[in-house]
Design a binder for this molecule. Structure first.
Ligand code: AMP
Length: 212
């Protein structure tokens, strides 16, 4: 299965793609997670992207496309993968199209998860993640333990640097100005489906399963 989960920050792409990844035995390929990992390990890529990410700005297309090109050729991607947070611009969508041809990949399904902005802003202000394994915690679905230690790996649970109110609004602005038009790119190619993400996580997941 080759799937793109599309949508604004905070709509639940990460949560849903992790579940789909377990269900179908194919990896979640999250450009955000890959970049956070690069920052954590203080790699050259990490130092190149850190300040942009903290400001809520997009990382240059060529950096992202080269990351994706390498990642999707790794052995665990041979039977498919779920793209989370990519493509985010028209050049990225075009670059993905060229990669699909070059690597003879089948057509992708592209599913948008939609949630109104006011809900996104609330969700992101409450979101916490494990600084080690990236597990998401939120007060309703998956509250963090009182000691702020991740139940999966023992890492410390923190707020993401880019989940501050001001940065969240900037990321939403960037989503509407640079990312939302990727939608028409896929719509024109008949590859677009959309589900309501403003519901219980299991309901959203069941809808995704039905579509897939
Ligand atoms: P995410 O975890 O998907 O919300 O991404 C967090 C941040 O990583 C974004 O605000 C961008 O700074 C950067 N980023 C992740 N994916 C991309 C992408 N496809 N294109 C450009 N920047 C990205």
């Amino acid at each position: 299965m080759y799937l793109i989960l599309f949508g604004a920050p905070g709509v639940g792409k990460g949560t849903q793609s992790k579940r789909l990844s377990r269900e179908f035995g194919i990896p979640q390929v999250s450009t955000g997670d890959m970049l956070r990992q690069a920052i954590k390990t203080e790699s050259e890529l990490g130092s190149q992207v850190k300040s942009r990410m903290e400001r809520g700005e997009l990382v240059p297309d060529e950096v992202i496309l080269s990351l994706i090109e390498q990642r999707i050729q790794e052995p665990d991607c041979s039977k498919g993968f779920i793209l989370d947070g990519f493509p985010r611009t028209i050049p990225q969508a075009e670059g993905l199209g060229q990669l699909m041809q070059k690597l003879s990949l089948p057509a992708f399904r592209c599913i948008e998860i939609y949630v109104p902005d006011e809900i996104i802003i609330r969700r992101l202000s409450e979101r916490k993640i494990c600084s080690s394994c990236g597990t998401d915690y939120n007060p309703i679905l998956n509250p963090e333990p009182a000691d702020h230690i991740c139940i999966k790996c023992g890492g410390s649970i923190i707020s993401r640097n880019d989940d501050t109110d001001q940065t969240v609004r900037k990321r939403l602005d960037i989503y509407y100005s640079q990312t939302a038009n990727v939608k028409s790119y896929f719509q024109q190619r008949g590859m677009w489906e959309r589900i309501d993400g403003n519901r219980n996580v299991n309901e959203v997941y069941n809808d995704l399963l039905k579509l897939i």
